[in-house]
Ligand binder design. Structure first.
Ligand code: BGC
Length: 776
């Protein structure tokens, strides 16, 4: 344990038990201000005379990156060894909250053992474009996947008395110009895509902290946006924790604090504290805002102190590194996605003679660069793991390429010779570390040319090629039709190498699914024309149509769809039943039941996915949207009824007219399947809608007035005589007339030939309609 969390047990108990407001009220203004900034890169400020200790916050998300001694923030400096679990890109592909909760618990144990109070993760930003250099740290292109899995990680971590930091709030979907670019997002996509996952995690798991992002959102720095940090996060969602800045994200501290940014990190040598004190003194900052920020810091420290000594979990001074390595291996195996497996070339029999080709088999890429860089407790590679299963006599190896792209030509020939001599080639390709990182975006989605050239040469020598991919994001796969099998291993963490061998040889039956679409080409991707923006603004012009929503709406071909992933067994679906849960109104969503059967001869795991859609909707919608999923393990031949609940709030769209969530009433299509493009069964369900009553005005359209129970019949009657008059003119047929008049503002009817009403009469009618319902 570090000494930051080491007040004596008696002191700690007294401190943790006292009211935070009372503690803060006893502090001077200067002490309160000091508390709202860090004391160093990774610690909060202690106030010794008041018994307030400092706590450590550190990265995160997929391991504990605790720097001792000189801290340098960007991960170049050494950190203590810790288990490097698979980064979010692989965890997202498990689609399994139970597994992620276990990973969260293990992260919590390690953090506790190192005296860390808050681990800076998970990151749940939406993968808007596959080019984002930091996609490896994010879970999905879908908000439900991000929200459900993010909640599981937070719950697991916090069960150990260690806080999470949900990041980066919000709309931080690119690295280019990340410290200042404005993400310009319309209200519906903002709520339905970019904030929905955050809302879910806050409401379900109450992270101790939320980390604001670097960027601006619709022109306002998120670090000083009262709408985002207070109205939405606290008042709407009920967030009870503390908001911390991303490291260095503060623009104007005096504006940020009352907006809801409680803690600025890292330290800036007291400059912000001095500004806050001066602002209180000159009246530009309310002293209560400062007190509130300081109180939230004290509350966080109290939680961390109590968590470090919690009796609800076993006291942990160390952790079982072997068990955590095994868990990292399990998670990496579960995150690997079998994209293609023609003629069941996989799993391999141990007797198969294999040529392992590609430097990545020997020198794995297993995590991304930047603040999340973990110093692993050990590191497996796939080559050793394959040799362990098959025996050295059946395995040949050729590097094929250098990871930095040098020496391209010379290495191909030995690889071709090895390939020609083997039964099956395991070809390890992937993105070099220099292609993707925190801090910059990728330029394209291509694998390096020398790797593609190697592939061509190897395939010419032996057609039985299994491509194993490494990387933190999707790549174009122009060779997909030329090889029988492709296994996407992502960045697998420290045990990723052995996890790949587990899948290749069948010790693990693959069940990973794509949490992001693999497009045919970069040019097909939804944000292609509007990424990364220009002159400090990036317009999210694709709106709601992010990821699979875009390809489905355009009926466009993709390389592999969202939710896709093969198994060594097959699953059959039957008996779909959909029930509205409850009589309507709050709390009632859909309960979906389906029987899944493992129809093959080997145990396996299926990720059952539930999508909804509406054929006729008053608002723009994607054809299908994921609303629930379950990862189910089934023995060979086993059948099980799987129940998935679709929450009512997940059926809602953000209604611009009333600025709130609305569930549209009517018939919903419910599709259940194995991927977004492998729908096995579908049904319909009737959902009771929420009522939206808007006051009618002279500007309301005739269709809007016609829909009103009071004004509607009167207007319809008037329109009937008008239509009869028009019928003589031969200008419109009845249908055309109705369509044209539907959008006609009712106030403009007054004085129209053939419509003998005055503006006053129309207004009276509208007043009667508006007054008839107090809800208006
Ligand atoms: C990153 C955060 C990270 C923080 C602390 C920032 O640059 O954006 O994700 O937690 O640094 O290292």
């Amino acid at each position: 344990m570090t000494d930051t969390l080491e007040p004596t047990a008696a002191d700690a108990t007294t401190f943790a038990a006292r009211g935070a407001a009372e503690i803060v009220a006893e502090l001077t203004l200067e002490e309160q201000a000091a508390l709202t900034s860090g004391a160093s890169f990774w610690t909060t400020q202690a106030v010794e005379r008041a018994g307030i200790p400092a706590i450590v916050l550190t990265d995160g998300p997929h391991g504990v990156r605790l720097q001792k001694g000189s801290a340098d923030h960007l991960g170049i400096g050494d950190s203590v060894p810790a288990t490097c679990f698979p980064p979010a890109v692989a965890l997202g592909s498990t689609f399994d909250p139970e597994l992620l909760e276990r990973v969260g618990r293990a992260l919590g144990e390690e953090a506790r053992a190192e005296g860390v109070g808050v681990l800076l993760g998970p990151g749940i930003n939406i993968k808007r474009s596959p080019l984002c250099g930091r996609n490896f740290e994010y879970l999905s292109e879908d908000p439900i996947v991000s929200g459900v899995l993010g909640s599981a990680l937070v719950t697991g971590l916090q069960s150990q008395g260690v806080g999470a930091s949900l990041k980066h709030f919000a709309a931080n979907n690119q690295e280019h110009d990340r410290m200042s670019a404005s993400s310009d997002v319309d209200p519906r996509p903002l709520r339905e895509i970019y904030l929905r996952g955050f809302q879910r995690v806050v409401e379900d798991a109450q992270p101790w902290t939320v980390m604001c992002s670097y960027n601006r959102l619709n022109g306002v720095y998120t670090s000083e946006d009262p709408w985002l940090l207070t109205s939405v996060l606290r008042e709407e969602w009920g967030f009870e924790g503390l908001v911390v800045s991303d490291w260095g994200a503060v623009n104007d501290r005096v504006v940020g604090l009352p907006a809801g940014l409680d803690l600025e990190m890292p330290s800036n040598d007291g400059r912000s504290a001095a500004k806050l004190v001066a602002a209180v003194a000159d009246g530009s900052l309310d002293a209560q805002a400062l007190e509130l920020g300081a109180r939230r810091v004290v509350e966080l420290v109290q939680k961390a102190v109590a968590g470090a000594r919690s009796s609800s979990v076993e006291p942990v001074e160390t952790y079982d590194a072997d068990a955590h390595h095994a868990l990292a291996r399990e998670a990496a195996g579960r995150g690997a996605v079998l994209l293609k497996n023609d003629d069941a070339i996989l799993p391999l029999a141990a007797e198969t003679r294999v040529a392992v080709i590609g430097e990545f088999a020997r020198t794995p890429r297993y995590q991304g660069a930047g603040s999340s860089l973990i110093n692993p407790t050990r590191l497996d590679n796939a080559l050793d793991a394959v040799i362990e299963v098959a025996g050295a006599e059946r395995v040949s190896f050729a590097p094929g390429f250098m990871i930095d792209g040098s020496d391209a030509a010379g290495l191909v020939e030995p690889a071709v010779t090895a390939a020609a001599d083997a039964d099956v080639v395991l070809l390890f390709l992937g993105l070099p570390g220099s292609y993707e990182s925190e801090g910059f975006d990728r330029e394209n989605l291509r694998l390096p040319v020398e790797q593609l050239a190697l592939l061509d040469a190897v395939v010419a020598a032996n057609a039985n090629v299994v491509v194993v991919l490494a990387g933190g994001g999707v790549v174009e796969l122009p060779f997909a039709d030329d090889v029988p099998a492709i296994l996407e291993g992502w960045l697998g963490g420290q045990a990723g190498g052995s996890a790949i061998a587990d899948v290749l040889y069948g010790a693990v039956n693959p069940s990973g699914r794509l949490a992001e679409t693999i497009p045919l080409r970069l040019e097909d991707t939804p944000a292609f024309l509007e990424f990364p923006g220009e002159f400090g603004h990036v317009r999210y012009g694709e709106g709601l149509f992010v990821g699979y929503r875009w390809y489905d709406a355009r009926d466009a071909a993709v390389r592999y769809p969202f939710g896709h992933g093969l198994s060594y067994t097959t699953f059959e679906y039957s008996g779909l039943e959909v029930e509205a849960a409850g009589p309507g109104g709050p709390g009632s969503g859909l309960v979906v039941r389906v029987t899944v059967t493992n129809a093959g001869s080997r145990a396996g795991r299926e990720v059952v996915q539930v999508y909804t859609g509406r054929t006729a909707s008053a608002v723009q919608r994607a054809p299908r949207e994921l609303k629930g999923f379950a990862s189910v393990e089934l023995a060979a031949g086993e059948s099980r009824e799987v129940e998935i609940t679709v929450r009512r709030e997940d059926l809602a769209y953000w209604d611009l007219r009333v600025d709130r969530w609305i569930v549209e009433g009517g018939e919903y299509t419910v599709e259940v399947g194995s991927s977004s493009r492998d729908v096995r069964l579908s049904a319909t369900a009737e959902v009771a809608g929420d009522t939206v009553r808007l006051p009618l005005s002279l500007g309301s359209s005739i269709a809007e007035v016609a829909a009103d129970p009071i004004a509607g019949p009167i207007v319809m009657q008037a329109m009937g005589s008008f239509a009869a008059g028009m019928a003589d003119t031969d200008i419109f047929d009845a249908d055309g007339l109705e369509k044209m008049m539907a959008s006609f503002p009712i106030g403009k009817l007054a004085g129209f030939p053939g419509v003998p009403v005055t503006p006053d009469q129309i207004q009276q009618l509208l007043d009667a309609a508006n007054g008839a319902d107090g809800a208006r």
